[in-house]
Design a protein around this ligand. Sequence first.
Ligand SMILES: [Fe+2]
Length: 250
Amino acid sequence: MIDLHCHLLPGVDDGPRTWEEALALGLRLAEEGVTLAVTTPHVFWARYPNPEPERIREGIAQLNRALEGRLRVLPGAEVRIVPELRAWAERMMCSPADGDRALLLNGTSYVLLEFPPEVIPPGVESFLFELLTAGIRPILAHPERNVALRYRPERLRRFVEQGCGVQVDAPSLLGDHGREAQRVAARWVEAGWVHAIASDAHGLRARPPKLRRAWEDIARTYGEAVARALFIENPKAIVEGAELSEVPAR
Ligand SMILES: [Fe+2]
């Protein structure tokens, strides 16, 4: 499996606190069958002023050395949609700095975007359209955890029609984020609006990875081909900067 969204670096966000915890989480992902993981530190200007590209790069190199090939860690970010992001998009179109490019997933044209938990940010359609026009492809992180989107799923369908990708958290499918998140996540997988499933793991105790269990559930319910598309093929396309495929499960 390829995990597109997890928090593996210590001391940069609410992920692992120490190198020992980071290594233990990396090894757990490997045990679950993950070979490649994109570490996606929160970029949320108010709380986590990541990325500091040099520090993130060094952290990934250190973690990869410690993992000794059992799991390979790639760079990325989980970017909260805030007004400052418009200035980032403008810089990306003309003269992106090192720190600007560090927001992309493995240096491709994909960016993992996170909505605030309660609302759909005003004007987000036009912002996503601007990104797509500039050649930046948004992947929407765990929309099933956004309260407003649960009640307005047609908004999510429109984002998908616009050209956005959708990533659901494996623990959501297992009920860890509540019944409503679980229900809509399954419904959206069935509708073919979901392109990838990721762990969004933060540690072994708080928010552990549950990719293996989610894989088994999806494979049992919708078949192995759907599981492969959601856990392997589309995540692989994203880290390679290739095109996404729709994955209708029904
Ligand atoms: Fe996350």
